[in-house]
Design a protein. Structure first.
Length: 541
């Protein structure tokens, strides 16, 4: 499509790479004591709310995210944006419910928090699941997306593009740690949003304006609320299942939570989460709507769309002039590099803190950072080695690998959420919940993979929407956690002290929980909830 990038486009893309490198070097020099684990893995724990929120958003939005949202928008309308909108509410849960406990406990990783609250077994489970899922899904998907961006939009060979992305991103992540990741994320957020806004505005104008777009798209395309029988986005699954997956992703996944752990205090972390919640309302308009624009233009014969996932590249090729095209390509590169750098650093933190430090508890700060840097280097090599393997994995199987996350998330969400709410929850209940949830999730996955050979009840179970499955799994895991906890001994005092709402010690500690809360925090949180309700109402069909 775009081996036709103009000289101006190439200069803009090259300028973006140079700017990213400059910001990464500046951030790494700003955090001079990179031999300290708090500096390397948590940016010194003195990051402000704006950078926290920008990094939350930029880390979440990858190139495959952009292509997928636009493609699904072209295929079925705006209902896919419900996951983005719902994230705003879940980010409020992160900021108001989880952040105080995470920061007060002083942990580096989410598995470490589970050990504080429950046991070393719970920590091992989460660390293992997280590392494997990062390597199999997040790294490989992002690397593949990078290769596709280079090949499709820039005319550079897939393998060459993938190698460039991995080596460049791995280099500044390895050298600069989380500080480099978060400051480059902040810059990349502006590039990403700027490029996406250009595509949206020009695209809507090309079809004759907003009203013309709605009329041409047809009924149902601008309805966020689909019937409960909808195969992908039933309203029941969105309302009850999506928040469960959201709590796991936004409130308990190291990939995301590491950003709020880097905040200088609870107030900055909370405000960063609120800011990210507002940013998550944008994808409906700047990522999904361009897909619908492409669908409308394809219907009228103005562009060719061989498949829905080509919506965004086709739109960029057809509508954007030289210069703007370079900005949008830079935005796509920003999206994939921010995601890749974040997963590199988060995975390195898990390997260093949750694996190596437990094997060598007396390891020095410098040694732990070195292990983290080696881990980043190893992940870079693994990502490069994985590229040829991806062609051997069918799209169908790869989809199932991705869906593993949807089936393992309910028990993790349950043990975290109930863990901070109910001091009676103990380690036996947590492990029982995690293992039962994992077994049921894998069972559902196996049924789904073999659906073509099933009939009767097994086939029905394999076909139930995964969001509905998440609701049932969460309910079962919660019941198991409560029942086993009540049937066994109370947790030791040190496992709940200051780690649940009802066990905060004394009035001073309870006042500390509310430290830094201002009327602006309440007003902005209320405004975010109101904005979400307005979006739900306006796009309710």
């Amino acid at each position: 499509m775009m081996g036709r990038l103009s000289t101006l486009d190439w200069l803009i893309v090259a300028g973006y790479f140079v700017a990213t490198l400059i910001v990464a070097i500046w951030a790494s020099r700003r955090e001079r004591q990179n031999s300290d684990t708090a500096q390397y893995f948590l940016a010194g724990r003195h990051t402000g709310w704006f950078i926290v929120g920008a990094s939350l958003f930029a880390s979440n939005i990858g190139s495959e995210h952009l292509v997928g949202l636009a493609g699904t928008g072209a295929a079925s309308g705006i209902a896919v944006a419900q996951f983005e909108i719902m994230a705003g509410l879940v980010l409020l849960i992160l900021g108001w419910v989880f952040v105080p406990f995470y920061l007060r406990s002083g942990v580096f990783t989410m598995p470490e928090f589970l050990e504080r609250r429950y046991s070393s077994g719970a920590r091992t489970y989460l660390a293992t699941i997280s590392i494997i899922s990062y390597v199999i899904t997040k790294i490989s998907v992002t690397v593949a997306a990078g290769g596709i961006v280079f090949e499709t939009l820039m005319g550079i060979d897939f393998w060459t593009g993938a190698v460039i992305v991995v080596l460049f991103t791995g280099a500044y992540t390895l050298i600069g740690g989380l500080a480099a990741v978060m400051y480059t994320d902040m810059m990349q957020m502006f590039v990403l949003l700027g490029g996406s806004v250009f595509v949206t505005v020009i695209g809507v104008e090309a079809v004759g304006g907003w009203s013309a777009l709605q009329a041409a798209a047809g009924p149902g395309y601008f309805d966020l609320w689909q019937p409960s029988t909808h195969p992908d986005f039933p309203w029941t699954g969105i309302l009850f299942g999506a928040p469960i997956l959201g709590v796991w992703y936004w409130c308990t996944d190291q990939f995301i939570v590491q950003r709020v752990l880097a905040a200088k205090n609870e107030a900055e972390a909370r405000r960063g989460a609120i800011f990210a919640g507002f940013l998550k309302q944008l994808p409906l308009f700047i990522f999904v709507v361009p897909g619908i624009v492409a669908y409308v233009l394809a219907k009228s014969g103005r562009i060719e769309l061989a498949s829905p996932d080509q919506a965004l590249p086709a739109l960029i090729a057809a509508l954007l002039p030289a210069g703007l095209r370079g900005v949008v390509v830079a935005g796509l590169l920003a999206a994939l590099m921010s995601s890749l750098s974040s997963v590199f650093n988060s995975c390195a933190a898990l390997i260093s803190i949750d694996v190596y430090k437990r094997i060598n508890p007396r390891a020095s700060e410098r040694k732990l950072v070195l292990v983290g840097q080696v881990a980043v280097g190893a992940l870079v090599l693994l990502a490069l080695a994985w590229i040829p393997m991806m062609s051997l994995i069918s799209g169908r199987l790869y989809t199932y690998i991705q869906s593993v996350q949807a089936y393992i998330s309910p028990p993790i969400a349950a043990v975290f959420l109930i863990g901070v709410m109910w001091p009676r929850a103990n380690s036996q209940g947590a492990m029982a919940s995690l293992l039962v949830g994992f077994a049921l999730g894998i069972g559902r996955l196996l049924l789904e993979m073999n659906a073509s050979s099933l009939s009767g009840v097994p086939l029905w179970l394999a076909k139930v929407n995964f969001l509905h499955v998440a609701v049932v799994l969460f309910a079962i895991c919660s019941l198991v956690l409560v029942a086993v906890s009540l049937a066994t001994a109370r947790p030791p005092a040190e496992k709940v002290r200051n780690l649940t709402f009802s066990t905060l010690e004394g009035t001073a500690a309870k006042r500390a929980l509310a430290s830094g809360i201002t009327s602006a925090d309440w007003i902005l949180s209320g405004a975010l909830v109101l904005l979400i309700c307005v979006i739900w109402f306006v796009f309710s069909g």
